[in-house]
Design a binder for this molecule. Structure first.
Ligand SMILES: *Cc1c(COP(=O)(O)O)cnc(C)c1O
Length: 395
């Protein structure tokens, strides 16, 4: 009866699914952290370019606070739109090559806001099964019908497009780089299909912004497909080192979001220090390709080392590299072993991934030194071998 929470928590514990917060005591250069007096190589951060500690972002945040204050004091449609918000939005549109852009307080709010603003009763959304939770929550909130097609399965997607092509609005939504496995959406095929069936395409570039593309604008830029995509979403909270998110697209799209996206309308505007950091990060990312080139080179090397030792890195092609374990308890044990030797990596368990496919997720950063990554790969391989994870096939 009532709010008896303890049994539910105990059930999570029994299934090895209970989560706990871990406190980082200190953040160090080189992608390292101190926890409980010990130093770890952090292989779980999304700070892919090491910009969170970049003195230029820190200085820009301080300068913006000095000039505009610590808070924006109101929501965007009231008196919370500073010239600084408008500047960042203009810079994002320029970066993404779209007419206009809008910033949201978080990527979570951007996805929830956009999907629920555009889609309603009688509309249909087709979503890759491994899309981020914020996309799922946006679909739920929208009251549109939605279908989660099997991961990257174009045949199933096309069947659904055929079936629903007469509805008012038909939207395909996908992560561009998938957040758990670091694999890529089949963007060229998605553009072809959405054109054929009169759908719109929305892509979430949270893990690609700053990392992929000649100027760091993401996978759509890397593949030359930007112009064929109606809704570009991405974040400042990962490779761009600070916080917040953007949606870029046509002028009517952005105007509609100003009017209908409740996550935009009913929340206080991003504060000036964050906007300062956003501007600095955008400028750096556009002008400096070297860190992302280094990151992707190191990721390829790291992945190849693990694969050569017989670990299963699934379909990763990016700085996000999973190692499949399977069982929840064993994935926790693997993470615990790595922790003992100074490596911080999280076990990803259901419901984030399918039952029986728990895995460790390693995310690399341009802040990591080559020697630290080489040693980490050796240590992961050795720990994996002790756990019997290295399945070498002799072909
Ligand atoms: C992290 C992430 C988000 C949410 O972004 P926040 O700015 O952290 O709220 C949305 N989509 C994907 C694919 C993500 O990985």
């Amino acid at each position: 009866m009532g709010f008896d929470l303890q049994p539910e928590l105990e059930a999570l514990e029994a299934q090895h699914l209970r989560r706990r917060l871990q406190v980082i005591d200190q953040v160090l250069p080189g992608g390292k952290v101190i926890v409980g007096g010990r130093e770890f190589l952090n292989l779980s951060s999304n700070d892919y370019l090491g910009l969170a500690l970049d003195p230029r972002l820190i200085a820009a945040a301080q300068a913006a606070a000095g000039r505009w204050g610590a808070g924006s004091t109101a929501s965007r449609l009231i008196t919370g739109t500073l010239a600084l918000h408008q500047q960042v939005e203009t810079e994002v549109a320029d970066f993404k090559g779209t007419d206009r852009a809008i910033i949201f307080n978080t990527g979570y709010m951007a996805n929830v806001g956009v999907i629920s603003a555009l889609m309603g009763k009688g509309d249909v959304i087709l979503s890759d099964r491994l899309n981020h939770a914020s996309i799922i929550d946006g679909m739920r909130l929208s009251e549109a019908g939605f279908y989660r097609y099997p991961h990257r399965d174009l045949n199933r997607l096309e069947d659904l497009l055929k079936k629903y092509c007469a509805v008012r609005r038909l939207l395909i939504v996908t992560d561009s780089v998938f957040s758990v496995d670091g694999d890529l959406a089949p963007l060229a095929d998605l553009v072809r299909l959405k054109e054929r069936y009169g759908a719109w395409l929305m892509i979430d570039e949270a893990h690609a912004t700053g990392v992929l593309g000649a100027t760091g604008a993401g996978l759509a830029e890397a593949l030359g497909l930007s112009a064929g995509i109606e809704i570009h979403m991405g974040t400042f909270s990962k490779a761009l080192g600070s916080f917040g998110a953007y949606v870029a697209g046509s002028a009517p799209l952005i105007d509609m979001l100003h009017n209908r996206a409740r996550a935009f309308i009913y929340s206080t505007a991003l504060p000036p220090p964050v906007l300062g950091a956003m501007q600095a990060a955008l400028a750096i990312v556009r002008q400096e390709p070297e860190p992302r080139d280094y990151l992707l080179e190191q990721a390829t090397l790291f992945r190849q080392r693990l694969q050569a030792a017989g670990l299963d890195t699934l379909e990763s092609e990016t700085q996000i590299i999973p190692v499949l374990v399977g069982d929840n308890r064993r994935s926790l044990e693997f993470a615990a072993r790595l922790r003992q030797i100074g490596l911080m990596a999280v076990a990803i368990r259901p419901p984030t991934v399918a039952a029986g496919s728990a895995r460790l997720r390693f995310s690399l950063s341009a802040a990591h030194q080559p020697a630290d990554l080489a040693r980490a790969a050796e240590q992961i391989i050795a720990a994996g071998r002790e756990m019997g994870l290295n399945k070498r096939t002799c072909s």
